[in-house]
Design a protein around this ligand. Structure first.
Ligand SMILES: Nc1nc2c(ncn2[C@@H]2O[C@H](COP(=O)(O)OP(=O)(O)O)[C@@H](O)[C@H]2O)c(=O)[nH]1
Ligand SMILES: [Mg+2]
Length: 272
């Protein structure tokens, strides 16, 4: 995903070849190229600007010790800043509570149902006993999709086909999980094509009714900068605990991955 970006960053450092120290003048072209590389990767322009401003501040006037060249020093500064941008600590899923409730939210087509299945598989491999919950009440096909998935991976599923209230489905699923020794409950919710009030209300109501330990916001990384706005809206309403990036196998340029953490300051917990 980051191949194009790393190639462009590498060539940005070439401007510093043969220089004995970093100054405003010789670092300008490198910074320009770094900014362009980030924009080409679909990073939000404001973030790209703040990022390069902060690199400039750290780089200019930095004493170059004899052992390393300005180019090497610049690579180090950029790497540190990129690490800070993405989050420097690994963030794990909190599954300490029994049962742990995980709410999966995001736009329609972002990959929530697919991810819910993958997450259940991942938890099963960790000797957990997950329960998948079909809380997308609008499309009967969504319940079928999760049912087929659950069968394929050998995980229990909770479906109430005649219940048109997502909140009560979630509550009933929790009662079922407690009776059946399921220790992680994964609630796959409905999404809309774009952020809308009704969807936000519904998922916010589910949140307040069941108090999940984890709220994972699923986002299609191919949506680029749009993903940043969606993430912000969802975070304002749900205060989610982590981000799941999907479709990284497509021709994404990585911009969403770089921008979301920066914008909402929530960790990327999974790449699906
Ligand atoms: N290439 C690719 N396709 C995915 C990925 N995750 C989901 N999809 C596909 O995207 C479409 C929507 O996924 P789905 O899980 O139903 O999204 P939902 O509406 O958020 O539940 C389906 O055709 C999935 O097969 C992924 O990581 N990579
Ligand atoms: Mg779905």
């Amino acid at each position: 995903m980051f191949n194009a970006l790393s190639e462009k960053l590498e060539s940005a450092f070439k401007h510093l070849k043969g220089q004995s120290r970093i100054n405003e003048l010789n670092v300008a072209n490198t910074l320009k190229d770094i900014r362009k590389a980030l924009l080409d990767a679909d990073v939000n322009f404001k973030i790209a600007k703040e990022f390069t401003d902060s690199i400039k501040e750290k780089a200019v006037g930095e004493k170059v010790i004899n052992a390393i060249s300005p180019g090497q020093l610049m690579v180090k500064i950029v790497q540190d800043e990129l690490t800070a941008l993405m989050g420097s600590e690994a963030s794990l899923l909190d599954t300490s509570k029994n049962p742990t409730i995980i709410l999966v939210a995001g736009l329609q087509g972002s990959g929530k149902t697919t991810f819910s299945g993958k997450l259940a598989t991942y938890l099963k491999a960790q000797k957990k006993s997950p329960l998948l919950v079909a809380a997308d009440i609008y499309r009967p096909a969504a319940m079928d999709q999760l049912t087929v998935l659950a069968e394929q991976i050998g995980v229990d599923i909770f479906v109430e086909r005649d219940n048109k209230d997502a909140v009560s489905i979630a509550q009933n699923a929790i009662a079922y999980a407690k009776q059946n020794n399921k220790n992680v409950i994964i609630i796959d919710t409905a999404g809309r094509l774009a952020v809308d009030e009704m969807m936000m209300n519904e998922v916010a109501n589910i949140k307040s009714a069941i108090q999940p330990q984890e709220i994972l916001f699923v986002v299609d990384s191919m949506t680029g900068q749009d993903a940043v706005n969606t993430a912000k809206t969802f975070n304002d309403r749900l205060d989610f605990t982590g981000v799941v990036l999907t479709k990284l196998d497509g021709d994404t340029r990585g911009g969403a991955a770089l921008s979301i953490k920066y914008t909402v300051n929530k960790p990327i917990k999974f790449m699906s």
